[in-house]
Write a protein that binds this ligand. Sequence first.
Ligand SMILES: Nc1ncnc2c1ncn2[C@@H]1O[C@H](COP(=O)(O)OP(=O)(O)O)[C@@H](O)[C@H]1O
Ligand SMILES: [Mg+2]
Length: 354
Amino acid sequence: MINEEVRDAILKLNIENSAMDHIMKIGEGAWHNVYKIERKHEGELVLRIRKKESYGQLQEYNEIDLITEYESSKAYYHQANQTSFHICPLFFDYILEESLAFTVESFMGIGKKLQDISHSESFVIGGKLGRFFKGMHEKIPEIKGFGNIIWNGERLEGNIQQETNLIWQHDNDIYLSILNELTNSDLKFDRKKVVDKVVNIIDKRRKSPQKISLVNQDVTPENIIFGLENVSLIDPFPRLDFDLKYAGYVVFCYKFLLPAYSNAPRYRKHAYDQNSKIMSRIADGFIKGYIDNNEKLQHRLLEDYVLWVLLETHEHYETLNESELNAKTLQQMGDKEMIKNRLSLCLRELEKSI
Ligand SMILES: Nc1ncnc2c1ncn2[C@@H]1O[C@H](COP(=O)(O)OP(=O)(O)O)[C@@H](O)[C@H]1O
Ligand SMILES: [Mg+2]
């Protein structure tokens, strides 16, 4: 199990007391092979070795992209641990070489699998996550700007540097233009109901500007360690974007998106559809933790949930209109038949009232 790459990484780290029999593989995502290193007098560490191949494709070594990814994780962990002690690895570092790229970080334990979490536990876990995300969103990010985070050679910054109000109005405009496109399509759905709902949401939303925060775009269960006492968050994909919008995104992922994607090749092995009740309960707990008894906030959060469904509907519609699907889309979304079926799920969800 312990291969040349792991030996190489250990040598580079110069870790003492790390006899190779104290290293074991504990996980694997799409991008990293993950090992735990036990040390004699210090805490356990995790080594995440970058795979050379992901989703069946050889990955070119791109140093700026890797610095961007790992520096973003570091920044997220730093802010997270100021918000809620030890929810993320306290220690995080990385080494980049063309032949070997890896991170080294605190071990956050082995979590429960989704199917082993009870109904009541799910709600408590969701609550903890909700309170954490609220705290995270309330902090002023150290990284300036908006949008995708990039490494500019010296530090991280958002790829959009514009006045916040302009960004906010643009964010709202996008939903209306998407709505317009869907309304003029040949799709079958209750146009009046959907248009009234979205227009009403956007009218109100424009007048309640949200705050730019450091948000996480990858909140899948594989990146959350459901411990007995604590819940931990690893492998974030941070971005600078609006707070409530991304609270809505967590709810959207757990109540709709992940179960709906469970037939796509990329997600099939996770069988989210079989755990959709647990995931939905996690989302319920999340809402409660996030809103902290503020019913107006809950309403606005659920309105942003609707907007995520609208975006997803549009993405499916556009993808279906492409003459041929590329390998990445086939992996992530499935074939045209699956996309068509999911598009109808999206439309039915849009028609529901909130
Ligand atoms: N710091 C950590 N502590 C404990 N387990 C971890 C840690 N980092 C990763 N893992 C385990 O390894 C798995 C894959 O790691 P991850 O970093 O998410 O890989 P990828 O970047 O490929 O998605 C996780 O689902 C988790 O089980
Ligand atoms: Mg992961």
